[in-house]
Design a protein around this ligand. Structure first.
Ligand code: GDP
Length: 447
């Protein structure tokens, strides 16, 4: 995106393309009000006042709409913005966008509204990234955590750490520049300060892994030989009839995936039964290969066997494939046996048929999830932010080592400056065009 384009007036459909009650077309830039007056029957647009009218294309009435006019800087982008709320049909929104584009706007690029909001200082970069997280949140839990960053939780923590480092750096500079008037800070003081900042950064970074998991979710594969009830369990966990259940071995020939919200987005994978058998046809063979692959890729494996038959040699073979992965062992069809003998400690007894043990299984899955992503994950960060924090920490470590060795404070100051730069990249105070474009290119059009 070049600089000239950024001053052009842009427009896009901001609601998902589909059929719905309402569709929103957003226009942002200097010409927003002029364009709106050309395409609306109602020319009387007062900023901050909702009004009503028709979108028109010459003599043709396109739709009856509600209009929200915003005058800069009091808008999402910080520019003049017109939001048109129309009826939510695919063709209606496209017709309105077309007439807006015909009258002087250009189509917005991905994330361009939010990028302008950032450039106009309506949001810092960590908040802009939170917008993207919020839109794409796979669970309500992650949406709430992203909203916290949108409200500035991460940004203000970073600012707090930044201010501390900045203050120390200023004292060092004062001591260097005015040695007669200002004493250089004591090394013990510097050591305390640097250790405190490193601790604070560690506090954020310790949530990094769970942040990633909360954002991306976990893969949970149901694995076992044919007919043990994998598809039945898949359906029971999802509370639907997604996978085909039959008593013919090898029904599930490919891998079926669905997402389940357990605080963390769980991609539940129903694999084809793993079975070494000469009679297996080609399609099922491919399915079994997929199963082994899914088991390899999964974060958690639900290993299923038949409680009535007990653990057969084939089950043991499959268990050998998955035993080194995080797993839960489940004896299914418990309703068919009265004297079940546990072959593993911690076997979860289940009947997908009567639902006995299903709640217990969900709780056990939840416990594993909490191990991956503890419930008290305080700071949500993405890879870019984590990388900046790591860089900041490394610079602070160098400063700490230098302070312990009582090196010249000029040298310590250089490391503090690098640590500040790394923090400024998180909030976007210092950022290159490439990084900026890379961030906003991941957004959707209209946001
Ligand atoms: P998969 O091949 O491992 O996916 O097994 P399915 O889910 O297709 O189930 C195979 C057969 O076992 C079907 O006839 C199911 O109705 C039956 N089944 C599955 N779970 C249970 C259970 O808990 N109790 C009983 N009695 N039958 C079950």
């Amino acid at each position: 995106m070049n600089i000239i384009q950024e001053f052009e007036t842009i427009a896009a459909i901001s609601t998902p393309i589909g059929t719905g009650g309402v569709g929103v077309i957003r226009i942002s830039g200097d010409k927003s009000f002029d364009i709106a007056k050309k395409v609306l029957s109602n020319k009387n647009l007062t900023p901050g006042k909702i009004c009503h009218g028709w979108v028109i294309d010459g003599d043709v009435k396109i739709d009856e709409v509600v209009i929200l006019p915003f005058k800069n800087p009091n808008s999402y982008t910080g520019e003049d913005v017109i939001e048109i709320q129309c009826h939510g049909g695919i063709n209606v929104v496209h017709n309105i966008l077309d007439v807006v584009l015909k009258n002087g706007a250009r189509i917005a690029e991905r994330g361009e509204f939010t990028k302008r909001a950032f450039l106009n200082k309506k949001l810092d970069l960590s908040q802009a990234e939170a917008v993207d997280d919020l839109i794409h949140a796979k669970t309500s839990n992650f949406a709430i955590k992203s909203a916290k960053n949108l409200s500035g939780v991460l940004a203000s923590k970073i600012k707090e750490i930044r201010n501390e480092i900045f203050e120390t750096a200023s004292r060092i500079v004062a001591g260097i520049d005015f040695p007669e008037d200002v004493a250089e800070p004591e090394y013990s003081y510097l050591i305390d300060k640097f250790e405190k900042s490193i601790n604070e950064i560690d506090n954020i970074l310790k949530c990094a892994k769970s942040s990633d998991i909360l954002r991306q979710g976990l893969k949970v594969a149901i694995v076992g030989r044919p007919n043990v009830g994998k598809s039945s369990l898949f359906n029971a966990l999802l509370n639907l009839d997604r996978a085909i259940v039959t008593d013919i071995a090898g029904t599930t020939r490919d891998v079926i995936k669905e997402t389940l919200d357990l605080g963390v987005a769980i991609t539940l994978i129903d694999t084809a039964g793993i079975r070494e058998d000469e009679n297996i046809d080609k399609v099922e063979e491919i399915g079994i290969e997929y199963s082994k692959q899914s088991a390899k890729e999964a974060d958690l494996i639900l290993f299923l066997y038949d409680a009535k038959t007990g653990l057969l040699p084939e089950d043991k073979e499959i268990y050998e494939i998955i035993k080194d992965k995080t797993n839960l062992i489940i004896a299914n069809k418990i309703d068919l046996t009265e004297n079940f003998k546990e072959e593993f400690t911690n076997t979860i007894k289940l009947s997908t048929y009567t639902k006995e043990g299903l709640e217990n299984l969900k709780q056990e899955i939840q416990k594993v999830i909490y191990k991956f992503a503890p419930d008290d994950t305080e700071y949500i960060t993405n890879k870019r932010q984590q990388h900046c924090l790591e860089r900041c920490k490394q610079s602070l470590y160098r400063a700490l080592t230098a302070a312990k060795a009582e090196e010249l404070q000029d040298m310590i100051y250089i490391d503090l400056k690098s640590s500040l730069l790394a923090l400024d990249e998180i909030t976007g105070e210092v950022i290159t065009d490439d990084i900026l474009n890379n961030i906003f290119d991941h957004f959707c059009i209209g946001k």
